[in-house]
Design a protein around this ligand. Structure first.
Ligand SMILES: [Ca+2]
Ligand SMILES: [Ca+2]
Length: 469
């Protein structure tokens, strides 16, 4: 709620800025722009003239105000290209940085927000940038709080795309309440066996970092052909929300709760990926996701080699006490819900109201390795061997639906036995569309009827507006 409120306030400040009477200045050199920015006043707008700028260095440390942000923008969206080398450092409040194109920059740490507060980076493109697979293209660090990174484009990343460096303070929080929204990530090729995550929230550098709460929101982003790392969205801190993203045709990765606790993964579309969601840690909630044709398991809990509080900076914290509910899993190989693999198996999971359709492999391998409560799940299959592949209770087997005739039908499979047969859950009061669930919830991600289905995101929904024209 705090984030929603803040977003609304910030939107109003942007409107206010349009009305502000401070002058707009246009510059044809970065050095002149830098000189002006040293004296920047709230409400001012600084424009860089269209063109290509090489060896760029900019430092912003003058703050705007809630009703009068400082705006730094390209003359036209995408008309200013930064290339060869570029470092932008923002260490201020209420700054809007908009419309720039970063291209062919073989350097690490290109755009850095350090102790920046309530800034917005939007409508920028990063094409073939970064150097060092564990370095960063964009980084929020050291008390960069309440910032928004939205409507940006990243292609050909050679480093981690957007990284939140979560170093905890005395309250156990660090780099909090940032939002990564409506960005478009695509065509990331593997350069190493680890690194190049498009989005990374937190690191495991020291023992307590992963337990720190970051409250980052990663929402409504589109990822296509992102194959740099096994973790497309990598959460390594606590209290993060990953919702309504679409990840498509990415054969190497999925959403990974790699470290930290209390994440919520909700309403994501994962279509033709390596895995859907792989999770470690305590108290995670995985609801309303739609996962189709995952190659190596839809939802995985490999277990771990340590428990919360035990010393480890590199290993895997086992999953305890998590909810997996109202997910729809269609097709796929390697299992629908997969437990185990590591020394300490997951415990205390609740698997409820999920819909599994036509898995091509045994859907629940390694059942014996987890203490799990199964309730009200539905498996739609014509495979007669399915009987002995399911838990003794908490799952019903029904005939598979006829072959899907359209993409819409596939997204909203019509299975009569799924309607009104789930258990009410306070953790899932809405469905994948945002529709309220009724007192007799439907099994799977969708509650019927569905007046306005939230379908997978397309390129026209995300990225800079100047790339969509
Ligand atoms: Ca219902
Ligand atoms: Ca619905």
């Amino acid at each position: 709620m705090r984030n929603l409120l803040w977003t609304a306030i910030f939107a109003l400040t942007v409107l206010a800025a349009v009305r502000a009477q401070e002058p707009t200045e246009t510059f044809t050199s970065v050095a002149d722009l830098q000189r002006a920015l040293r004296l920047a006043r709230p409400g001012s707008e600084y424009v860089l003239a269209s063109g290509t700028y090489r060896q760029v260095s900019l430092f912003v440390d003058r703050s705007g105000k809630p009703e009068a942000p400082i705006t730094i923008r390209a003359e036209e969206g995408g008309s200013v290209t930064f290339t060869e080398a570029c470092t932008i450092d923002i260490s201020a409040s209420y700054v809007i940085f908009e419309g720039f194109r970063f291209a062919d920059i073989p350097h690490p740490n290109i755009l850095n927000l350090t102790a920046a507060d309530r800034c917005r980076i939007s409508h920028c493109a990063f094409i073939n940038t970064g150097q060092g697979v564990k370095k960063h293209i964009v980084q929020f660090r050291a008390g960069a709080n309440h910032n928004i990174f939205e409507f940006n484009y990243m292609e050909g990343n050679r480093s981690i795309g957007v990284s939140i460096l979560v170093r905890p303070d005395q309250k156990g929080e660090g780099t909090v309440h940032n939002i990564i929204r409506r960005n478009y990530f695509r065509d990331i090729d593997r350069l190493s066996n680890n690194g190049q995550e498009p989005v990374q929230i937190g690191q495991q550098v020291y023992l307590d970092w992963q337990y720190a709460y970051s409250h980052t929101i990663v929402e409504e982003n589109l990822f296509i052909n992102c194959n740099g790392d096994r973790e497309i969205v990598s959460s390594k801190s606590s209290g993060n929300l990953i919702r309504h993203n679409t990840i498509q045709d990415s054969w190497r990765g999925g959403i990974v709760l790699r470290a930290g606790n209390a994440a919520r993964v909700e309403g994501n579309y994962l279509i033709n990926t390596d895995v859907g969601i792989r999770a470690y840690g305590d108290g995670n909630v995985i609801v309303n996701n739609y996962i189709v044709d995952a190659k190596n398991g839809a939802i995985l809990f490999p277990g771990g080699d340590y428990d919360a509080g035990e010393p480890s900076t590199r290993g895997y914290q086992r999953t305890l006490h998590s909810l997996i509910a109202h997910n729809t899993i269609v097709g796929g190989q390697g299992g629908a819900i997969v437990f185990g693999g590591l020394e300490r198996p997951p415990q205390g999971l609740r698997v409820c109201n999920n819909l599994f359709i036509n898995p091509s492999d045994p859907p629940f391998p390694y059942l014996q390795t987890a203490e799990t409560t199964w309730q009200s799940n539905l498996l739609a299959t014509n495979d007669e061997t399915a009987q002995w592949q399911v838990p003794p209770s908490g799952i019903e087997i029904v005939p598979a639906p006829p072959p899907f005739e359209s993409a819409v039908q596939r997204l909203r499979p019509d299975i009569a036995d799924a309607v009104d047969t789930g258990l009410p859950l306070r953790e899932a009061i809405r469905d994948i569309d945002g529709d309220p669930r009724d007192t007799r919830p439907d099994i799977g991600a969708d509650e019927r009827p569905t007046p306005r289905p939230r379908i997978p995101l397309a390129p026209s929904d995300v990225g800079p507006r100047w790339m969509r024209m």
